[in-house]
Design a protein around this ligand. Structure first.
Ligand code: COA
Length: 335
């Protein structure tokens, strides 16, 4: 759905039309995919799914600047329940430094606030040109180039959004993308949040979750989310084929399992882990040896402690161990 937001005369004398396209949309799909063709891979996969109405309840909006009929700049928001990720900020090279990105972001932020958006996350180069632009719109560094914007404050958002309460568990969907990103944007104890996604503490899940969703139909990929009644994802468990290093070749019938939760919702860890549809083979999980809640949840989900790697982490400046857990899942034929 296309909605015009206004027009602006640039300092170059040219005029741009500012508009938003909300997924699904069959009319502007090639215009958006062509403008953002450089993104490629999983990003392209998400946009195609969203434009064709296959991204479940995830809201995807492209804020665009047009010169005549030609799109020249974009900023995209993926969002659920007022919690979003801002990405794909791009102005065509020939039209840079004319004020177009600022004009697009002005419309985006005005629109986001008009629909009572709560928070936006983004990742960029620390102190880059883009970083300064985002800063001028109220984004602040969470850690280096990982930035957040909050309608009230970061502390107020965390307190209200992750308030304790009932949560239900479901399989991962596109709509969980900004929600699990919000979860990972706040610290957790332990220092090893997800081995598969390569994250220890606070992290920007914009990339890891999008890439996970693009592969989720492949064997061995699964994730479960615990969601509160207000829509917050408060716990997450994932399973991916086990790899060492960058190699694309996975170990046969071996899976890497991770689980993390907001500190107020640690009791949901066992349920998200237990709900993961593990394929036959050997499932491996790593947990900080100081993280009692995660260790207990792994045991409850049928894992056994198989060893300990000393001094792998640092907790408050003190070397901390990582416990190794394993669970053998028999094939259906054996059961
Ligand atoms: C970053 C990018 C989106 C900026 O788009 P743009 O349309 O040229 O930006 P604007 O003209 O609206 O400029 C906004 C502000 O940034 C400043 N700026 C933009 N490019 C600049 C540059 N190369 N050097 C110094 N300042 C720059 C402008 O002077 C302006 O500052 P002001 O508000 O104080 O006048 C564009 O350079 C781009 O597409 N880069 C490649 C993709 C990218 O890096 N995206 C961001 C990834 S997170």
């Amino acid at each position: 759905m296309y909605r015009e937001l206004g027009s602006k005369r640039l300092r170059s004398g040219e005029t741009i039309t500012l508009a938003v396209v909300e997924a699904p949309d069959a009319e502007f799909d090639s215009c958006i995919l062509t403008l953002l063709a450089h993104k490629g891979g999983a990003w392209d996969h998400h946009m195609r799914e969203a434009l064709s109405g296959r991204a479940d309840a995830l809201e995807t909006r492209w804020y665009l600047a047009f010169m005549g009929a030609q799109p020249v700049a974009n900023a995209m928001v993926v969002e659920r329940h007022g919690v979003g990720i801002l990405g794909h900020v791009f102005t065509q090279e020939a039209h840079r430094q004319k004020g177009i990105c600022s004009a697009v972001l002005h419309e985006l932020m005005t629109d986001f606030q008009a629909r009572r958006g709560l928070s936006l996350l983004l990742g960029t180069g620390y102190e880059s040109v883009a970083y300064r632009i985002y800063e001028s719109f109220g984004f602040r560094s969470i850690r280096e180039g990982f930035m957040g914007w909050y309608a009230t404050s970061r502390a107020d958002f965390e307190m209200r959004w992750f308030a304790a309460g009932e949560a239900s568990v479901s399989a991962a969907r596109w709509e969980h993308w900004p929600l699990v990103a919000a979860l990972a944007s706040f610290p957790e104890r332990g220092g090893l949040r997800s081995s598969a996604w390569g994250i220890r503490d606070i992290a920007n899940l914009e990339g890891p979750y999008c890439h996970f969703m693009a592969r989720r139909a492949e064997p061995g990929y699964a994730a479960c989310m615990a969601t509160t009644q207000t829509g917050a994802v408060v716990a997450c468990a994932t399973c991916v084929p086990f790899r060492i290093g960058e190699s694309d070749r996975a170990w046969k019938d071996t899976w890497l399992v991770d689980a993390f939760a907001h500190p107020l919702h640690q009791y949901k860890l066992a349920e998200v882990l237990g709900s993961l549809p593990l394929p036959p083979g050997k499932a491996i999980a790593l947990a900080p040896d100081t993280d009692d809640a995660r260790r207990a949840a792994l045991i409850e989900a049928g894992f056994e402690r198989e060893g300990v790697l000393a001094g792998m982490l640092e907790s408050d400046g003190i070397p901390a161990a990582v416990a190794v857990y394993g669970r053998y899942v028999p094939s259906a034929a054996i059961v």
